[in-house]
Design a protein around this ligand. Structure first.
Ligand SMILES: Nc1nc2c(ncn2[C@@H]2O[C@H](COP(=O)(O)OP(=O)(O)OP(=O)(O)O)[C@@H](O)[C@H]2O)c(=O)[nH]1
Ligand SMILES: [Mg+2]
Length: 261
């Protein structure tokens, strides 16, 4: 579980969506489909509010892949790609906010799954550090209203997970939406994550850890050995090694992205 329960986070975000003028849905450019929130989009539609999709963390994905995704997503919503961390493509987001705002000044809700970079985007829009960010998913608990510009109010929100996914830890790991420190049994979700990473980048573990191995279980063992995740007696602490792999993926240290089919 995150520091705020998923159902409470969802309730808060719902209220914010009801009270804003425009919605920026932030997704992770590495996993655009998995980190899109259909629930948010449906609610926005019911409320008659416009949505802009912001594909963040674009520094981790090649340009041609980003362009291909943008083309697909734009069939449904105006889409920008950016790297809030490295301040790439961020001007385009401001241009789109201005373009799609029903009126100016505008109140924009920044929403999405945990850890996609909502708070980092807020800080970028403000031009300095005003909200807390963290590599631990589920960091932001409460909403925070920030006057980013004279004409632009932005609301930071807690990351949300739809109720039907709350118990699917393997899926949440793939979405980067759960704190690996909170997983009771990280092994099975990590095996699934490794399978997915290898599917899209067979060399990912070689690039990160120098491991040629392709068997997911052996990969956890080898990462544990290499990184000194050991139990008394010298056996590998598989849980610790698995958490390490999840953290590395969340932080973009294991390279993979999903191209459009
Ligand atoms: N590589 C990369 N990392 C980013 C980018 N934007 C944010 N991050 C990192 O992603 C992590 C999560 O960022 P936050 O802004 O805290 O994410 P959030 O969506 O507010 O997360 P919650 O509050 O947990 O819902 C942090 O470690 C950021 O430094 C980006 O454009 N590129
Ligand atoms: Mg946040």
């Amino acid at each position: 579980m995150s520091r705020v329960s998923y159902s409470e986070a969802w309730r808060r975000v719902k209220r914010i969506l009801e009270n804003c003028d425009l919605i920026v849905e932030v997704i992770d450019a590495r996993e655009p489909v998995e980190t899109r929130s259909i629930e948010i989009e449906k609610l926005a539609e019911n409320l008659g509010k416009r949505v802009i999709i912001a594909m963040n963390k674009c520094d981790l994905v090649p340009l041609e892949v980003l362009k291909a995704w943008k083309k697909i997503l734009e069939k449904e919503y105006p889409t920008v790609f950016l790297s809030a961390k490295y301040r790439l493509g961020t001007r385009k987001l401001i241009v789109y906010i201005k373009k799609y705002a029903p009126s100016i000044p505008v109140k924009v809700a920044i929403v999405g799954y945990p850890n996609v970079g909502k708070s980092t985007i807020i800080n970028y829009l403000k031009g300095r550090h005003v909200v807390e960010t963290s590599s631990i998913p589920g960091w932001t608990i409460g909403e925070q209203l920030v006057r980013a510009k004279q004409w632009l109010l932005v609301i930071d929100t807690p990351g949300i997970v739809p109720p039907r996914e709350i118990r699917n830890e393997a899926l949440l790991v793939i979405k980067g939406a759960i704190d690996p420190g909170k997983l009771e049994d990280p092994i099975i979700p990590t095996l699934k994550l490794i399978e997915r990473i290898l599917k899209y980048n067979p060399d990912a573990f070689k690039e990160r850890y120098g491991i040629e191995e392709r068997d997911p279980y052996r990969i956890i063992e080898l990462v544990g050995k290499l990184r000194g995740c050991l139990l008394k007696g010298g056996k590998v602490n598989l849980e610790e090694a698995a958490r390490k792999i999840i953290r590395d993926w969340i932080e973009g240290k294991i390279r993979y992205w999903v191209p459009p089919q």
